[in-house]
Design a protein around this ligand. Sequence first.
Ligand code: HEM
Length: 433
Amino acid sequence: MTPAVPTLRCPVTQPGSIAAHGTGDRHSLYVHLRQDHPVYHDPALDLWVVARYEEIDEVLRDRSGAYSPAETYAPVQSLAPEAAQVYDSIAFVPVTASTDPPIHTRFRRALTALWPTTAGQLQPWQKHIEAHAVEAAEEVAARPSGSGDLESDYTQPLASRVMGDMIGIPAEGLDCVTAGSSNMSDLLWGHLDPATQHTSALGVQKLWNYCLTLIDDRKKHPQDDLITGWLDYQAPDGDNLTREEIASMLMEVLSTNAETTSLLISTTLHHLLTTGSYTDLVRHPEQIPGAVEETLRHDPPLIGWLRCTTRETTLGGTRLPAGVRLLLLLASAAEDEHHGLQDPHVFDPRRPSIPTTLNLGAGSHFCPGALYVRLTAAAALEALTRVLPALTLHPDPGGPTRAVNTILRTPRRLPVTWATGELNGTMLTGRHC
Ligand code: HEM
């Protein structure tokens, strides 16, 4: 059943909350917030919502210690006792995303020692990712029905297989990772009834136990993968990673990766298909990186991110108490009128240049997956436009597929059909270079 999409109204002047900004027309809500309530307290979420580029940038790049990511993994919704008991029992250690220096420095170093963050480090993976993308696109094209849902049939399995290979997750474990990661974002940032909270908490616990099993297995049977790499990792000061720390880093990398990469690809496809620009990319594949970049800006997978205050401070002229949580509206910052972009509310895959956005973070916590997701998304589009150049989006895609989430952009179904034949000399299926 498709969840109802709530109508967004000004949460300050009318009863309501920004909790549902992942659905509906959030662009007009953001304009209103940036103009009239750039920093305000949402009583339903008990979060201070920050809407403008300038203040979000200030918080993310803060070096004074006024802001901390310490509560990144504290659920935004209050958990019912059954769910809280399960979630609290998980021996998750705060690692990269939820720590401040010097602890953050230690985990960030261990992460980037093994996870590729530069073009040179990613280069050996490039052919591999491209091959996975072509294989996944050909699997879709081989469907006799000539139709499918690109979200569940293409972007999700592709992102999951690539991630599995990069990290060392065997094919039979991918479903557990995908389900556990969705459970994690639902539990942390969704708004669920107590029974669903409990089911989600059990899913997160299952993922945690799976991470521990993988680590124990790699201790006995080392492989050429990230998990074995962390087990062998020699920290400069000799403070090597413990089993629980590796499991926590694994959980973090899996959960940040599993949903966002697939979302970036499916959202790009959604915009390309609804604006008719997909065909342009079939003819001009060199425009693909620009289309990915524009989606990252205009409709990012993570529409918000979290920080908390460590002391009383002032942000954008608003006094913030110590110990409160902030919801940084990343998607709003990316369309801030004062950030030098023409028509920021318009999706334009041919923009000549895009100013730096905050949609992958900024400062010392900047997303280590930034290059990887761009590469994977570009490979996915390149393969699909080549293998299935004539895609038509179903006129009624059926709306969002998941419950309202405050941080993660709600995934959409992408039901499409395709035809065979020729388009100005280009084969409509199975085009080859
Ligand atoms: C389109 C996909 C992605 C988006 C939109 C995204 C976005 C973000 C954002 C907004 C942050 C917070 C940065 C901050 O606090 O300043 C972050 C951090 C992080 N991301 Fe990503 N991410 C994506 C993909 C990935 C992937 C594929 C990985 C796999 C390695 C990853 C791993 C992480 C980690 C470990 C952190 C914490 C880094 C730190 O605290 O030092 N992300 N990401």
